[in-house]
Design a protein. Structure first.
Length: 403
């Protein structure tokens, strides 16, 4: 199905400002449908949750709709969707809660491909619980997190395997389902960081073998809020720290304090936006889940075709060095331009109206292993479904000019 990029871009008011956005891996622009949903809540009578009056009942409705939206997006049950301020905050919450069930001598496995948000919370709670941390290594020549190593890393003492569905640094997509199968064979749980993967294709948490799957709405056209998805029965086995009078039901008991109803409405708005990416007409009558699968597959094909132009173009520029990554990846590339400090490259591109990040973007273990952390990491360019051929040409031209 052809991807109607003009129609898609018209749904991003911020694109009017004229920047070329390659900073999606750090946060995308917000879709109009999401911004309007937030605005609508802020301008309406929405109270705190109460069954006694209409404005209070609206708050319940907003939360339920947002849970259903995220469940449609990633394929879980609405009652297994827990919201939190960020993926980092949710991962700390789950890590602290799970660690309460661990014993000294137990083991966990983390990876050097992951964003620190799916590393440090586990390492820190493991240290307190006397739990041994094992590390999965990235092959720096290929950017692959090899599945086979998990056969050695995982054993009867393993309680948890934390792994990313895609690297926010180099885009590499590990074989999460195969890694999860190894974890499950040993009786371990999996905690999958879906923050970078979710915006770039269809997601099915069951097919991934993710016992927990965390995702942040601001990476997929929504506001700054995150969700962690697990089977409601899994949540029910866990008891987080909580206030005495706050709800004890699942999933509410994992959500601390009053929720951000406006941002939750924005989550639903963002998911509805994603469901419409492939066009409203051909998908008439389909469920939101099936529209999401079709739309995100169409967006992914569009993104990957632009991405190959970007990567080939960068590789052809004298002095540009790409961080290696396999074909199985998201449309995200990390590179350095000759002896230029990555932050300098980002500033020069920034002066040209091109938004890229430079540094380690918290993928600290990867850049340390690659020996690039102390010299400024790398420049990162990510394609999203609103990127155009012209944006890519603009970036390539600017890199050539400033190298
Ligand atoms: C892969 C990945 N995981 C986790 C995070 C942390 O997300 P949050 O900012 O919601 O804590 C990020 C943010 O950049 C990320 O890219």
């Amino acid at each position: 199905m052809p991807f109607d990029i003009a129609r898609v871009r018209a749904q991003y008011p911020a694109l009017r400002e004229g920047y070329a956005h390659f900073d999606g891996p750090a946060g995308t622009l917000v879709a109009a449908g999401s911004a309007e949903a937030i605005n609508e809540v802020l301008r309406s009578a929405v109270g705190n949750k109460s069954t006694a009056f209409a404005a209070g009942r609206r708050a319940y409705g907003i939360v339920e709709e947002a849970r259903s939206a995220v469940a449609d997006l990633v394929g879980g049950a609405a009652t297994g969707v827990v919201f939190g301020q960020s993926a980092t905050a949710l991962t700390y919450l789950v890590a602290r809660t799970l660690a309460g069930t661990w014993r000294p001598g137990d083991e966990i496995v983390v990876s050097r491909l992951d964003h620190d948000a799916n590393v440090r919370p586990w390492v820190q709670v493991a240290a307190r619980a006397g739990v041994i941390v094992r590390w999965a290594e990235v092959d720096l020549g290929t950017g692959v997190l090899a599945t086979e190593q998990y056969r050695q890393l995982v054993g009867p003492a393993t309680r948890l395997v934390a792994v990313t569905a895609a690297s926010n640094a180099i885009g590499s997509r590990p074989a999460v389902a195969a890694i999860a199968a190894i974890a499950h064979e040993a009786g371990a749980l999996t905690y999958v960081d879906g923050v970078h993967a979710t915006p770039h294709g269809p997601t099915d948490v069951a097919a991934l073998g993710a016992d927990f799957y965390v995702t942040s709405a601001y990476k997929w056209s929504g506001p700054h809020i995150a969700a962690c998805v697990a089977d409601p029965d899994r949540w029910a086995q866990l008891q987080p720290e909580k206030l005495v009078p706050s709800p004890d039901a699942v999933p509410d008991r994992f959500e601390h304090g009053t929720q951000s109803f406006e941002l939750l409405a924005g989550v639903t708005g963002a998911v509805d936006h994603l469901a419409g990416l492939a066009g409203p007409v051909s998908l008439d009558g389909a469920s939101r889940r099936s529209r999401l699968l079709e739309s995100l597959a169409a967006a992914q094909a569009y993104e990957m075709s632009l991405f190959s132009v970007l990567v080939e173009g960068l590789a052809a520029i004298d002095g540009v060095e790409l961080c290696p990554a396999p074909a199985q990846r998201c449309p995200t590339v990390a590179f350095r331009v000759g002896g230029q400090e990555p932050v300098r490259t980002a500033e020069l591109l920034g002066d040209d109206g091109i938004c890229v990040f430079a540094g380690d973007y918290y993928a600290a273990e990867y850049f340390a292993a690659a020996g690039l952390r102390d010299s400024g990491g790398a420049v990162r360019a990510g394609i999203y479904h609103y990127t155009t051929e012209e944006d890519v040409a603009r970036l390539l031209d600017a890199v050539k000019r400033w190298r």
